[in-house]
Write a protein that binds this ligand. Structure first.
Ligand code: AMP
Ligand code: ZN
Ligand code: FE
Ligand code: FE
Length: 292
């Protein structure tokens, strides 16, 4: 069983349409794939139809932008009812923050002499619901300013670079609670990726578990091997599910090929068991796993 629980499509900042992502997952020999676009369920319908066709099981999820102790934290939310009104409201506020940031970033790029406007971004981000910095990177590639997304982040879009602009994110603890109420299960995405543990050390993670967190994404490209082992130990100590995943973005990110990290079958089963308990307690109509 090969299980990859974190991937992106053109519904957010991946480069493959949801159906192509699911087909690629089947082609890569995965048995289970989760679609987890940033802050949206917009890709779920198309992904579901493709999964039924091509023999891969599909977990419908999303990667929600949150903030905790001043740090940006990504929360994977699986098998939630996407029509749960408080979740719809929270996502719509995050998506508004994404959209209102775009003109501010473009203004800063013009300040450093780059001739770019919103049409350049719309051209490269026509399918997306969740506009992000990678789309602005794609526009910069299109204009010949940078060679790839990575260069765009390094020169312009990362914190401390001239075109970085912050955006709204939900409270992590509120969102963990909301995912449970929406009948699903949450996993902290790459908790120690790209920054030191901060508030996500043993004690902080224990509090998040008590607030309803289901698991930790331990095996991820952004964690060095020693970090993975330490985080795995914490997960075991706290009774959190351990996941591993590619965080695939199509061609948008190198070293994130489908299935480059995977989740153990018994951990996957435990994740589904937790989602099922939340579903029953919530009384919500949640999307089950799509089996081919
Ligand atoms: P945003 O959603 O606008 O905050 O942008 C963050 C997204 O950009 C995340 O999904 C990352 O996967 C992606 N990202 C961050 N750094 C890079 C990079 N160097 N190259 C490609 N994508 C990146
Ligand atoms: Zn992304
Ligand atoms: Fe992430
Ligand atoms: Fe991601």
């Amino acid at each position: 069983m090969r299980i990859d629980l974190h991937t992106h499509s053109t519904a957010s900042d991946g480069t493959q349409r949801p159906r192509d992502l699911v087909r690629a997952a089947a082609g890569a020999g995965l048995d289970v794939v989760a679609i987890t676009d940033h802050d949206t369920a917009a890709g779920w319908g198309e992904a579901e139809a493709a999964a039924e066709e091509c023999g891969v099981a599909l977990v419908r999820g999303m990667e929600i932008s949150t903030r905790h102790a001043g740090q940006g934290v990504h929360l994977l939310a699986y098998l939630v009812d996407p029509t749960f009104p408080p979740l719809v409201a929270a996502l719509s506020r995050i998506l508004d923050g994404r959209n209102s940031r775009v003109p501010a970033i473009l203004e800063r790029l013009r300040t450093v002499g780059i001739d770019i406007d919103v049409h350049d971004v719309r051209r490269v981000a026509s399918n997306t619901t969740a506009t992000g910095r990678p789309h602005i990177a794609d526009a910069l590639i299109d204009l010949g300013v940078v060679a790839d997304r990575n260069e765009a982040f390094l020169r312009f879009l990362s914190p401390g670079r001239p075109a970085y602009v912050d955006r709204y994110a939900a409270s992590l603890t509120d969102m963990i609670d909301l995912v449970v109420s929406a009948g699903g299960v949450s996993v902290l995405a790459h908790p120690w990726g790209r920054h030191d543990p901060g508030a996500l050390g043993l004690l902080g993670l224990a509090e998040l578990r008590d607030a309803g967190l289901g698991g930790l994404e331990v095996d991820h490209h952004d964690h060095a091997p020693a970090m993975r082992e330490e985080l795995r130990g914490i997960a075991v100590e706290l009774g959190l599910v351990v996941t591993g995943a590619s965080d695939h973005h199509g061609d948008g990110k190198t070293d994130h090929e489908l299935g480059c990290f995977t989740t153990a079958p018994e951990q996957y089963d435990e994740l589904l068991a937790r989602a099922d308990r939340a579903r029953l307690a919530s009384g919500r109509m949640t999307p089950g796993v799509v089996h081919a």
